[in-house]
Design a protein around this ligand. Sequence first.
Ligand SMILES: Nc1ncnc2c1ncn2[C@@H]1O[C@H](COP(=O)(O)OP(=O)(O)OP(=O)(O)O)[C@@H](O)[C@H]1O
Ligand SMILES: [Mg+2]
Length: 158
Amino acid sequence: MDYRVESLSAEQTRAWGKELGRHLRGGDVVALSGDLGAGKTAFAQGVGEMLGVTGPMTSPTFTFLHEYIGQVQGTGTKVRLIHMDLYRLQHPEEVEVIGVEDAFVEDAICLIEWPEIAKDYLPEDRLDIEILGSGEMPREIILRAQDNDWEQRLKDMI
Ligand SMILES: Nc1ncnc2c1ncn2[C@@H]1O[C@H](COP(=O)(O)OP(=O)(O)OP(=O)(O)O)[C@@H](O)[C@H]1O
Ligand SMILES: [Mg+2]
């Protein structure tokens, strides 16, 4: 089932990221799609804030990925937060070269902007998020669970 929520500001998008962050744990993979300037990075920053990431979370557009240390909410377990932006990849094979799959491990939470090029490599038990709208338009954030576990977590969250 699709869950749809609205966001009227960057701050609200960030707040939805925080809300998701409360439900994330090691091994989770979240694919974040949407146009340029939709708010994917704003959402990711909200996740980082909830996980207690210190320091600024900037867009990994040129480096493909940034890694932070955070804490799983509820248990306080340390977890790596890996924030990727695959916008600049040209060929699906490059996904292997930069080691995207190395982030799909139990001690890491992985957020992926521009995930489309990596679609054949993404785990099936992921959460897909799509942000519709850009510029000064209101945003619609669509959350699509790809397995039962995510379905349950979204039901608790929204
Ligand atoms: N409701 C909203 N939600 C998110 N961002 C918004 C909203 N309204 C306006 N904005 C603005 O849109 C921009 C979103 O930028 P952001 O870097 O998060 O987008 P992005 O999807 O990561 O883009 P890119 O594809 O370039 O990585 C910011 O400048 C933000 O202030
Ligand atoms: Mg971005």
